[in-house]
Ligand binder design. Structure first.
Ligand SMILES: [Zn+2]
Length: 243
């Protein structure tokens, strides 16, 4: 008779323990994901920084092309001046016409170069404006990412504190449970990722959903021993409807 009461009591204690462990396991898996979230945020922060870097590189490359064109223009203008200086020394009309044509052709090239230079100057203005925007965007996004990371770190702290509370409650409960039951329970708990107990619902195991034979249901109801699911090995129980 004593043993019967014992099994019912032990089962109730295991159910309470399972409720705590379910919460603890849920917290652990939540906490495990947090560093990943932080990593992802840090990665996206770096990625956003690269947008800024790209804008700066873009400016540098335009400035370089601009400089090249200015040097080219300088050289060409020098050439025009040299040719103009030589005009005085020319003897024949034919030579003079040739020289004038050459000068005009250089001047035409130069005005094209000047147009290009103006376009590059516009591009430089645009590139500078883009850098300002990218920097602004980065600063804003970076701030919101930093805030989010802080929040996640706070969540990790909160989870750790809550887990300590749950573990204290657990320590209050485990001494009431028979050593053999407790070690069986914990073995299954670890093996079944935090679910050692399975409630019987409509004659099915709540852990693996297998239909249980009437014999097993009877054994559970008799409360003379702990009954395991033959399929998933979890400890089976039936919720007491009178309670
Ligand atoms: Zn099962």
């Amino acid at each position: 008779m004593n043993e019967k009461i014992n099994i019912a009591e032990q089962t109730d204690l295991l159910i309470s323990l399972q409720a705590l462990d379910t919460q603890i396991y849920k917290m652990i898996s939540e906490k495990e994901l947090k560093p990943l979230e932080i990593n992802n945020l840090e990665d996206s922060q770096k990625l956003k920084q690269s947008g800024m870097k790209e804008a700066e590189d873009n400016l540098k490359s335009i400035q370089l092309k601009h400089k090249e064109k200015e040097i080219m223009l300088g050289t060409k203008e020098e050439e025009v001046r040299k040719l103009q200086g030589q005009l005085n020394q020319i003897k024949t009309n034919k030579e003079y016409t040739t020289m004038i044509n050459e000068i005009e052709s250089h001047k035409a090239d130069n005005s094209l170069l000047e147009e290009e230079i103006i376009k590059f100057m516009d591009s430089i203005d645009q590139a500078k404006a883009r850098i300002v925007l990218e920097k602004q965007k980065f600063a804003e996004e970076s701030k919101s990412i930093d805030t989010r990371i802080k929040e996640i770190k706070q969540q990790i702290n909160d989870i750790e504190e809550a887990a300590i509370e749950l573990k204290k409650k657990r320590e209050g409960l485990t001494p009431l449970i028979g050593k053999k039951f407790l070690s069986e329970y914990e073995r299954i708990l670890v093996g079944k990722d935090g679910q050692a107990l399975a409630e019987v619902v409509n004659d099915n195991c709540g852990g693996c959903y297998m239909q249980l034979p009437p014999q097993v249901i009877n054994e559970i109801n008799m409360k003379e021993k702990i009954v395991f699911c033959e399929n998933c090995q979890r400890i089976l129980y039936i919720k007491d409807e009178k309670a």
